[in-house]
Design a protein around this ligand. Sequence first.
Ligand code: HEC
Ligand code: HEC
Ligand code: HEC
Ligand code: HEC
Length: 211
Amino acid sequence: MDSYDNNEKSDGGDKKPAAEQSSRWRKLWQPPGARYWLGIPAGGFMMFAVGIVFWGGFNTAMELTSTLGFCTSCHEMTPVYEEYQQSIHYKNASGVRAICSDCHVPKPWGSKVLRKIKATFNEVPHAIMGTIDTPEKFEAHRAEMAENVWAEMRSNDSRECRNCHTLETMALEVQDKSARRRHTLERKQKKGETCIDCHQGIAHKLPEGYE
Ligand code: HEC
Ligand code: HEC
Ligand code: HEC
Ligand code: HEC
């Protein structure tokens, strides 16, 4: 304690720079004064605020990249957009519209982020390379893309379709016989078919040569 006190006294004394330095060094290791402890919650709060701002920005980006306008910014030139506009999912008696992302972008958060990452590393480079930038190139590539979409929908039991349509909520009695027979839960249990097994080409033309 003695030497400590000495150092305290020498604090600010220009003549003893070495002692002053050792005093600073000691101060560094002293527990901070009460008001400095406030720094911890204040710092925590600031990180929290910064986090919210980034999180908001991230979610806004996620939303913007799921709008019809975003998808058509590239796909307006491809035939899928016009085909979609002729389909029941664009315009129908009930006025409920399914947009591109309703069918193609997962709703669950993790799958959605993964899909966006995949798009960044697959679709964006292909857009730059011009893989589908003419109708001819698009048609040549369509079967492969359709197969990708079908495979994905089969793998998740047509999850995106089921955000809007479920077998459980269908009024089978108002459906025609062919539909009614195929939409029962018993059949689903027995055969394990999913929507996309029977409903292909519902928003776009099927690739050439496909039934
Ligand atoms: C930057 C331009 C661009 C934007 C924006 C864009 N796409 Fe694409 N998309 C492409 C290109 C290029 C391909 C062809 C990729 C390939 O060859 O694998 C493609 C392919 C696809 C495919 C076929 C995927 C596959 O697995 O083969 C689907 C489905 C698709 N886009 C849907 C969408 C939807 C839905 C949106 C909006 C959320 C969207 N795209 C936004 C450029 C874009
Ligand atoms: C955003 C909600 C939504 C999503 C997602 C959606 N649909 Fe639909 N679907 C509708 C609406 C709305 C109609 C039109 C209903 C009406 O007015 O008869 C419809 C109609 C249909 C029809 C009837 C077609 C006809 O000609 O009568 C089929 C089949 C269908 N959807 C299958 C699917 C499949 C398969 C998927 C997944 C790839 C899907 N839908 C995804 C909302 C959706
Ligand atoms: C085993 C084949 C099969 C499966 C699986 C199947 N459907 Fe169908 N669905 C049909 C047939 C056949 C029709 C009647 C003809 C048509 O509209 O294509 C039909 C009709 C429909 C209609 C129009 C009904 C109406 O009367 O307006 C909708 C909507 C529909 N299906 C949605 C779905 C959805 C969503 C799934 C998955 C949850 C699904 N279907 C699974 C075969 C199937
Ligand atoms: C109602 C659901 C639905 C909507 C809405 C929808 N698609 Fe699709 N899309 C599909 C299905 C199912 C396939 C798989 C091929 C098929 O069955 O036609 C597909 C295939 C595709 C493909 C691969 C090429 C092809 O023709 O198979 C592209 C690209 C694509 N969609 C882009 C879009 C874009 C862009 C939009 C919005 C303008 C959109 N889709 C809206 C269901 C949908």
